[in-house]
Design a protein. Structure first.
Length: 585
C-alpha cells in the first residue's frame, strides 16, 4: 500500500493517504524513490520535505513511508568520511554513479564490507548499562572508537563478548536483561532531531584553546561553548573556521559546509587531506568528518545537514572526546527553513523567515556542552559549536544574526573595513564579546600568570581609548595630544599590529600557544609602562619610540614555540634600553 502525490512545489511534496505515516518519518517518493521527510500532517495529507531534486515528479506518483525517522548510522568508518546532507558518502556515490549525485541513489553511511578489529573491554558475566564501553576499534591512527552499550539499556549482563575482525553489522556482544537477550553490533542508528542522552552537564570552565590570539586572549570560548562568526562577504569567516579546525584544542572536528559556495567547500576538501595534525604529524582528516551540502545541492537537505553533523559530533562526545563542530553557514540553513515555510504557506515573520526561527536555532546550539557521559566510567566529553552567519550586506540587525546572538555566548564580529586594510583575523575588538571570560580567568591565571587577566583588561582599555583619541585626531590633529596620549596611541598600534594581527599562512605565526600569547602581551604592556615612567622622568617621546627594541617587539610573534626563552631576553633588553634613555634625560 502506498499514498499518492497530489501537489509538487519545489522541494515540498503534498501526499495523500500514506499508510501508517507519522511526523518526521522518512518516505520514498515516486518511481525514483526520492528521499523525503514528513514535516506536517493535516488530515489525510502529509507535507513531505524532499532532500533531492524534484523536477519531473508529478501528481499521482507513489509515496511510501519507511516507518522510521531520519537517522544517521554511527560506528567505525565515520572518521575521514565526506558525506552529503543526509549522510550519503560522496566517495561511494562517485564510485557507483560517477561525478554527479544520481537522484534516488541509496548508499549506506557506513561501509558494510569493511572489517574492523574489535578488542573487548568487558568480560563475560560483567554488569553493564547504557554508555559503558563494550570494546574498542582503532578507527584511524588518531582515533580509538569506543563501542558503547546502546542508550536505553538500564542494566544488563554480558552473556557473550567476541574478539576479532568484524563488519559493522556483525554481532560483537550479546547482552541479557530480564531473561531477554539483545545482540549488539558496532553499528548504531540515531534519529538526528533527538539529542543523545548524557549523565549531566558541567559548567563551562575549561578553555578551548584555538591558537588565534584575538580569540584566546580577548574573546575566549570554553570547551562545550557556543560561538557565532557573523560578517559580510570576503571578511574571512571561512578562513577563521579553517584555522579553528586545524588548531583548536579538540580531539575530533566535524565540519558542516551548509549551503556555502561549491568552490569554498572544494577548498576544504582539497586542503584538509594535505594538512598535518600539529600534535601527531598525521593527516588532519584522520580526526575529521566533513558534511558537504553546497549551494548547488538541493536546498531542503541543508536543513538536514546541520542535524546530521551534530548527531555525529554527539556520538564522539559520548566517548569522552572533546569535539568541535564548525557550521558554515547557519544563514543558508535559515534560508532553507524560509523556503520550506513559504511553500507550506505559514505566516511569515521578519523578512519572511518563519516565526520559529529562534527556537529552531536554540534547539541546535543547546546540543553543545561539556558533559559527564553515560556509563560507569563517568568520562567527561565536550561538544563546542562555532556557527558562521552570512548576513546580507553585513547587516548584523537581520533576523538570523539577532536570533543567533540571543543564544550563543561568544560573538566574533568580522569587519570588512579591517579585511580591506588586510588585517586578519578581521575580528572587530570593539564589537566582539565573550561571556565566558570571567569563568575562564581562574584557569588562565593559574596556568599563564596571575597578571594575565589584568593585562588583557588593560590591553582592551587601551584599544578603546585609542578609538576615542582617534576622534580627536581627526578633528584637530595629532599635535593636540599630550605625549602620554601619543604613547597610548603607539601602544594600541602595537597591540593591533604586533599582537592581534596574525597570518594564517605563516608557518610560525599561524598558531600561537597561550604561553606565547601571555608573553607577547606582557612585552607590549611592559614597554608601555617603562616608557611612561621614562616620560614622566623627562625623557623625550621621540627617543623612546625610535629605540631598536621596538622593532624586536614587532617581530616577536615570529618566535618559534621552542624558543620562547628569547622573549624573556627581549624583556630584559626593553628594560635596559628604556632605562638608558631615561638616564640620559
Amino acid at each position: 500500500m502506498a499514498g499518492r502525490v497530489v501537489k509538487v512545489a519545489g522541494p515540498l511534496v503534498i501526499a495523500e493517504d500514506v499508510p501508517g505515516v507519522k511526523m518526521y518519518d522518512v518516505v520514498r517518493v515516486g518511481e525514483q524513490r526520492l528521499i523525503g521527510e514528513v514535516i506536517e500532517l493535516r488530515g489525510r495529507r502529509a507535507s513531505v520535505q524532499v532532500y533531492e531534486e524534484t523536477s519531473g515528479l508529478g501528481p499521482g506518483e507513489t509515496v511510501v513511508s519507511t516507518g522510521s525517522p531520519l537517522s544517521v548510522e554511527l560506528g567505525p568508518g565515520l572518521m575521514s568520511s565526506i558525506y552529503d546532507g543526509i549522510q550519503r558518502p560522496l566517495d561511494a556515490i562517485s564510485r557507483e554513479a560517477g561525478e554527479y549525485v544520481t537522484r534516488g541513489i541509496e548508499v549506506p553511511g557506513l561501509d558494510r564490507s569493511r572489517r574492523w578489529e574489535f578488542v573487548p573491554a568487558v568480560d563475560r558475566g560483567q554488569k553493564v548499562a547504557a554508555g559503558d564501553v563494550l570494546g574498542t576499534v582503532q578507527e584511524t591512527p588518531l582515533v580509538v572508537l569506543r563501542v558503547p552499550v546502546p542508550p536505553g539499556v538500564r542494566e544488563a549482563t554480558v552473556a557473550e563478548i567476541r574478539s576479532g575482525s568484524f563488519t559493522v553489522e556483525e554481532t560483537v556482544a550479546v547482552l541479557e536483561s530480564d531473561g531477554k537477550t539483545q545482540e549488539v553490533s558496532m553499528l548504531q542508528r540515531w534519529p538526528v532531531r533527538r539529542p543523545r542522552p548524557v549523565g549531566r552537564k558541567l559548567a563551562p570552565e575549561v578553555p578551548l584553546t584555538t591558537g588565534q590570539r584575538v580569540i584566546d586572549t580577548f574573546f575566549p570560548i570554553a570547551k562545550g561553548g557556543t560561538a557565532c562568526i557573523p560578517g559580510p562577504f570576503g571578511s574571512g569567516k571561512t578562513v577563521v573556521q579553517h584555522q579553528l579546525s586545524k588548531w583548536a584544542d579538540a580531539d575530533i572536528i566535524v565540519f558542516i559546509g551548509c549551503g556555502e559556495r561549491g568552490n569554498e567547500m572544494t577548498d576544504v576538501l582539497l586542503e584538509f587531506p594535505e594538512l598535518k595534525d600539529p600534535k601527531s604529524g598525521r593527516p588532519l582528516m584522520e580526526r575529521t568528518v566533513l558534511v558537504a551540502n553546497t549551494s548547488n545541492m538541493p536546498v531542503a537537505a541543508r536543513e538536514a545537514s546541520i542535524y546530521t553533523g551534530i548527531t555525529i559530533a554527539e556520538y564522539y562526545r559520548d566517548m569522552g572526546y572533546d569535539v568541535a563542530l564548525m557550521a558554515d553557514s547557519t544563514s543558508r540553513w535559515a534560508e532553507a527553513l524560509r523556503e520550506i515555510s513559504g511553500r507550506l504557506e505559514e505566516m511569515p515573520g521578519e523578512e519572511g523567515y518563519p516565526a520559529y526561527l529562534g527556537s529552531r536555532a536554540a534547539e541546535f546550539y543547546e546540543r553543545s556542552g561539556r558533559v559527564v557521559c553515560l556509563g560507569s566510567a563517568r568520562q567527561q566529553g565536550s561538544l563546542s559549536i562555532v556557527g558562521a552567519v552570512s548576513p546580507p550586506g553585513g547587516d548584523l540587525s537581520e533576523p538570523v544574526t539577532q536570533a543567533t546572538l540571543r543564544i550563543v555566548k561568544v560573538f566574533w564580529g568580522l569587519d570588512d573595513r579591517l579585511a580591506q586594510r588586510k588585517h586578519f583575523p578581521a575580528i572587530n575588538w570593539l564589537l566582539s564579546y565573550s561571556l565566558y571570560t570571567s569563568r575562564l580567568d581562574p584557569a588562565y591565571a593559574e596556568q599563564y600568570g596571575a597578571d594575565f587577566p589584568g593585562n588583557r583588561a588593560r590591553a582592551m582599555a587601551t584599544l578603546q581609548e585609542e578609538a576615542e583619541l582617534e576622534e580627536i585626531v581627526r578633528l584637530v590633529g595629532v599635535d593636540a595630544l599630550s605625549d602620554r596620549q601619543r604613547l597610548t596611541l603607539e601602544t594600541a598600534k602595537s597591540i593591533r599590529e604586533d599582537f592581534l594581527y596574525q597570518s594564517a599562512f605563516h608557518e610560525v605565526d599561524t598558531y600561537c600557544s597561550m604561553d606565547k600569547q601571555a608573553r607577547l602581551l606582557r612585552l607590549i604592556l611592559g614597554f608601555h609602562d617603562q616608557a611612561l615612567a621614562a616620560l614622566e622622568a623627562g625623557a623625550p617621546l621621540e627617543a623612546l619610540l625610535e629605540l631598536p627594541v621596538r622593532e624586536r617587539i614587532a617581530r616577536a610573534r615570529y618566535t618559534p614555540e621552542d624558543e620562547l626563552a628569547r622573549l624573556d631576553t627581549l624583556a630584559q633588553e626593553i628594560a635596559t634600553q628604556v632605562g638608558q634613555t631615561r638616564a640620559r634625560a
